[in-house]
Design a protein around this ligand. Structure first.
Ligand code: ATP
Ligand code: MG
Length: 722
């Protein structure tokens, strides 16, 4: 790393240390690069030591890449980069009991499925199981809303007027009580609770203000209000803070991100802020930038900025309209194959982006059929699988015996003959005595239970306790192995031929613990569990491998690829809105479009299908083209015709020769009469005649100077001149 790698504006952003800095700039202008170089500069030039700097990124993957790069360059191992959630968890591990002494540092971080399980319990307790309106997803979104607005239970209660609002307030109250008694927190708490801590304890706030003397935030446009408040508190005193972001890339409004943080709030809170604009884009060609800008410029709530490419004009953006989603997938695969053939492009140069996860299935099937290696980034996660979650629940319970959700998940797995009835008995006993469900198991000898339940519960209780005591002495690697054996989990799968997949996944989980232990010597089991709980969709992505990457646009934020396909440009899918949705939702969809297109360095393909299977493939629906395709600047677009061709061959039947359609293939028909083309040897020419289609297409070209040639498209490597 070298400061000479930066342009003048980037350098100014790196070297401005005495004032708050807002780097406000479009995609690919080097914002992340500025942040990385700034941390490096602060450490290398001894302005701050690594542990005095706090850098916040959007994903763990971005954090570890940034960390590694800096550490390699300044030769140290304690650069402090993480996500808001991981830093929040770190603060809570140290101080959570200050908020309530029933919490302790072994708290569990509940993911979405744990949260849903807890909400299910709450609904049952409050007898609202029958209500369709108050379904679990709706309740979750309400809790998110309260927590994003830092609203306490009391505040929500006092504002609830309607019957429904009162019920929701009740749910919030009971949910919070259960989190506390389970010694668990949810995702929002990882930001909200540290915030509460700092608001309640000035001494603690001061301590952290003194500890983190310089704060940096990447992807600032996607911070929500509690996150902004947190950094305002931490950086408010010393004002040593640099944030970088792009309002046009704010795509997490649905999760509470507040675009005003970058548009106005930062400057209001840090009035001495120096605002630096970066206008040179180093990633994409000018046509790609113009295409992305021509759509996002239709947003009203944005700050105007236009990017200038350091690269040349580049190729036009290809637009491929197909009849069906199958053809859309075919067109993507054909285009990839063609590029690989012509340019010898490696697979990991390509990314296929979509608005919704459901779109990946058909693309995946086609990639398999065409023999193209691919990786889905995100989607169903390894750690969400049943057998993996079961083992994780064991590990969680060992760390945090108060966690009832974990306990209930595994109390009867592998089967111990413990039914719902017995669990209810223990639940009642626990509430009566004011102890945890797990502690209540200790009294199993005093309770009348059927069959061998007393023995098995006692055994279970003693074993979990034993592992709890071993936490300090056994390292994670050993602990998981002994635990799998003690509870007979590995053998349970091993001895069942139908469960080999699950058995293999348990092996995979073991290697992931090993990998974690090696990377974090001396780390506790709870640190491993925390890492998993905070896993983001992007974290499993290994771009060094030779695979085409498939992911949602949200996941692709911050990444770059030479060639990007954006699929499903249909009204109602992308933009994913209904006609009566408010305009700010459409604006967020436009920003998503801008993010998708600006991931590309050289080439963009926009695709849409007239018909698509929806509802898990059960229904075929017709779609009209996305309005974004009307908004995009026509000068940067090249429409690529894609059509279905039937290949016929002779067959003999009963001594007669007949035609039969052997295969239906879809293929590009790239050239037409009159097209200007470039040939490596013969120079520029015009197409006079065409015959055949796709790979077998032949063209007759008259080159400048009058030379006429008949060429096979497949071999001629003709380039169309736009
Ligand atoms: P995004 O908005 O997508 O997050 P960004 O603004 O963070 O993008 P970077 O990812 O930092 O941009 O940079 C985009 C690309 O441009 C990277 O490949 C980076 O290495 C390159 N780049 C940035 N600045 C320079 C520079 N001064 N010289 C050469 N390459 C640069
Ligand atoms: Mg970036």
């Amino acid at each position: 790393m070298n400061l000479g790698d930066l342009n003048a504006q980037q350098l100014k952003a790196v070297k401005t240390v005495k004032h708050p800095v807002l780097v406000f700039a479009g995609a690919g202008t080097g914002k992340t690069r500025v942040l990385t170089y700034k941390i490096w500069h602060l450490i290398k030039d001894k302005i701050y030591s690594p542990n005095e700097i706090l850098a916040l990124t959007f994903t763990n993957k971005a954090a570890s890449e940034m960390k590694e790069r800096i550490q390699e360059s300044v030769n140290c191992d304690n650069v402090n980069v993480g996500t808001f959630h991981s830093i929040g968890a770190r603060i809570l591990r140290k101080h959570i009991s200050y908020l309530d002494d029933r919490y302790n540092s072994s708290f569990t971080i509940y993911d979405v499925s744990d949260q849903k399980a807890l909400l299910k319990e709450v609904r049952e307790e409050l007898n609202i199981t029958e209500s369709k309106e108050l379904n679990i997803n709706f309740l979750r979104s309400q809790l998110d809303k309260f927590k994003n607005a830092s609203m306490s239970v009391e505040e929500v209660e006092s504002k609830a007027n309607s019957f429904e609002d009162k019920k929701i307030a009740e749910v919030y109250k009971r949910y919070s009580e259960l989190l506390l008694s389970n010694n668990a927190v949810d995702f929002n708490d990882l930001i909200g609770m540290p915030l509460k801590l700092f608001k309640h304890s000035n001494a603690l706030l001061k301590k952290y203000q003194q500890l983190w003397k310089y704060i940096l935030v990447d992807e600032f446009q996607d911070t929500n209000s509690p996150q902004f408040e947190l950094i305002s508190l931490l950086g408010g005193k010393h004002q040593n803070i640099t944030v970088v972001g792009d309002d046009d890339q704010s795509i997490y409004g649905w999760r509470g991100a507040n675009i005003d943080n970058i548009l106005t709030n930062f400057k209001d809170t840090f009035p001495k802020a120096v605002e630096i604009k970066l206008e040179k884009n180093y990633r994409s060609t000018q046509r790609i930038l113009d295409g992305a800008w021509s759509v996002v410029k239709n947003n009203i709530n944005r700050a105007e900025k236009k990017l200038v490419a350091t690269k040349d004009l580049g190729e036009k953006i290809s637009l491929i309209s197909t009849g069906s989603d199958e053809d859309e997938a075919n067109a993507i695969c054909d285009s990839i194959k063609k590029e690989i053939k012509i340019n010898k492009t490696p697979f990991n140069d390509f990314a296929i982006l979509y608005r919704t996860n459901a779109q990946s299935r058909i693309i995946e099937q086609t990639m398999i059929r065409e023999g193209l290696p691919y990786r889905i980034v995100g989607g169903t996660k390894f750690y969400d699988r049943k057998e993996v979650k079961d083992v994780l629940a064991y590990l969680t319970l060992v760390c945090n015996p108060n966690d009832n959700i974990a306990l209930k998940r595994i109390i009867n797995f592998p089967v111990r003959g413990i039914g719902e009835k017995s669990i209810t008995i223990f639940n009642d006993l626990a509430s009566e005595k004011g102890i945890s469900l797990f502690e209540s198991l200790k009294s199993c000898r005093d309770i009348k239970l059927r069959g061998k339940q007393q023995d098995s519960i006692e055994q279970f209780y003693l074993s979990i306790n034993k592992f709890h005591d071993l936490l300090e002495t056994l390292d994670c690697k050993e602990l998981i192995r002994v635990l799998l054996e003690e509870f007979n989990i590995e053998n349970y799968y091993k001895n069942n031929p139908a469960e080999q997949d699950r058995y293999n996944n348990i092996q995979e989980l073991k290697s992931s613990v090993d990998h974690f232990s090696e990377k974090n010597p001396g780390a506790y089991l709870r640190d491993f569990l925390q890492e998993i709980a905070l896993y983001t969709d992007l974290d499993g992505y290994d771009n060094s491998k030779s695979h085409v990457a498939l992911m949602t646009i949200h996941t692709a934020k911050g990444l770059e690829f030479p060639t990007v396909f954006v699929s499903g440009l249909e009204q109602g899918l992308f933009p994913l809105i209904r006609d009566d949705d408010p305009s700010d939702q459409l604006e967020e969809e436009r920003r998503l479009f801008y993010v998708a297109v600006t991931r590309a360095m050289e080439r963009v393909y926009l695709l849409n299908a007239q018909q698509r299977r929806t509802f898990g493939g059960l229904k075929r629906s017709s779609f009209r083209q996305s309005d974004f395709l009307n908004e995009i600047d026509k000068d940067v677009i090249k429409v690529k015709p894609y059509k279905t061709v039937r290949i016929k061959r002779f067959v003999r039947s009963g001594g007669k020769k007949t035609f039969q359609i052997s295969r239906t293939v879809t293929q590009f028909d790239d050239f037409k009469k009159g097209d200007q083309v470039q040939h490596n040897l013969f120079g520029v020419g015009t197409i006079l005649v065409l015959s055949g289609t796709g790979e077998n297409q032949k063209v007759g070209v008259e080159f400048d100077g009058g030379l006429r040639k008949k060429l096979i498209v497949k071999y001629a490597r003709l380039k169309k001149i736009d």
